[in-house]
Write a protein that binds this ligand. Structure first.
Ligand SMILES: CC(C)(COP(=O)(O)OP(=O)(O)OC[C@H]1O[C@@H](n2cnc3c(N)ncnc32)[C@H](O)[C@@H]1OP(=O)(O)O)[C@@H](O)C(=O)NCCC(=O)NCCS
Length: 163
């Protein structure tokens, strides 16, 4: 299996393929609130505009016999320069998805490794992500741990406060 899949950096030419993978992934977790065609069109436009040279987004796509079977995304967030030698970027990993038929095959490890290598190459200070409960062990095996310092405010903060 390992030999028959390829991991490569995606480009805006992959926009529609990535939009379809995104739809496939997200409707597994929550019911859609827009039509598939409306979403694919909106998401394809977004990806085309964000996955180009000089943008803050990177994406790796996994292909099996030329067909897309998975992806992982990384956004780089600049930090303000500091005079103390601390690395000056954050990373945000998201949209990590491998089609069910191709799970357990090492594709996910290769995709996550590609994103982590890019973080190291770009001298990222800290990389964050929001794992599903099931995916936590996979991230833990790649060096991710519960945060020591970060705080979060969610849009539903008011509910949270009441809670
Ligand atoms: C996350 C995902 C890419 C991992 O790929 P995979 O091929 O299943 O993973 P591997 O077989 O290489 O590694 C197994 C690890 O993946 C994670 N995993 C397995 N099934 C999973 C699932 N359905 N959802 C999320 N994570 C899963 C577990 O951490 C597992 O480790 P464990 O066996 O010690 O529990 C894949 O399961 C997936 O696309 N899941 C649905 C989308 C998702 O949850 N993405 C992560 C969002 S943060």
């Amino acid at each position: 299996m390992a030999a028959s899949f390829v991991i490569r950096q995606a480009t805006s030419a992959d926009a529609e393929t990535l939009a379809r993978l995104r739809y496939e992934f997200r409707i597994m977790l929550d019911p859609p609130v827009e039509s598939v065609d409306a979403f694919i069109s909106r998401c394809t436009t977004w990806i085309t505009g964000h996955l180009g040279a000089g943008g803050s987004w990177c994406c790796w796509i996994a292909e099996h016999s030329g067909t897309a079977i998975g992806m992982i995304w990384l956004s780089l967030l600049e930090k303000i320069p500091n005079p103390v030698g601390e690395l000056e970027a954050y990373g945000y990993i998201t949209n990590f998805y491998v089609q069910t038929d191709h799970r357990g095959s090492g594709v996910s490890r290769r995709l996550l490794a590609a994103a982590i290598e890019e973080c190291d190459r770009r001298h990222v200070f800290s990389t964050i992500l929001w794992p599903t409960p099931t995916s936590r062990p996979l991230y833990a095996r790649h060096g991710f741990a519960a945060p020591r310092t970060i705080m979060e405010r969610r849009a539903d903060a008011k509910l949270h406060q009441l809670g």
